[in-house]
Write a new protein. Structure first.
Length: 89
């Protein structure tokens, strides 16, 4: 499963319009993420973590659980957020 497929997976039953609305982007942007045409910016990646509790290790590599429990590796995910903000903006 690729990065775009994992975004599709976290979108679940929401439409691309509704998912995009959550993050302040157009459905075409969500579609581009899911088709691996563009990557979400660092702020969106941070929102996946903060709002949806997505495990960023899973999002980037497909390893581990899709979602984190409150006690699961917050420092590691916060580090990935800082890296993504620096690299993708």
């Amino acid at each position: 499963m690729g990065f775009g497929e994992r975004i599709r997976y976290i979108r679940g039953n929401l439409s691309q319009d509704d998912f995009g609305y959550l993050f302040g982007v157009h459905r075409n942007t969500v579609n581009a993420w899911e088709c691996d045409e563009i990557l979400p910016g660092g702020g969106i990646i941070k929102a996946f973590f903060m709002l949806l509790n997505v495990n960023l290790n899973w999002l980037f590599s497909g390893t581990g659980e899709m979602y984190l429990d409150a006690a699961d590796q917050p420092d590691e995910n916060e580090s990935l957020i800082r890296e993504s903000e620096n690299d993708w903006q």
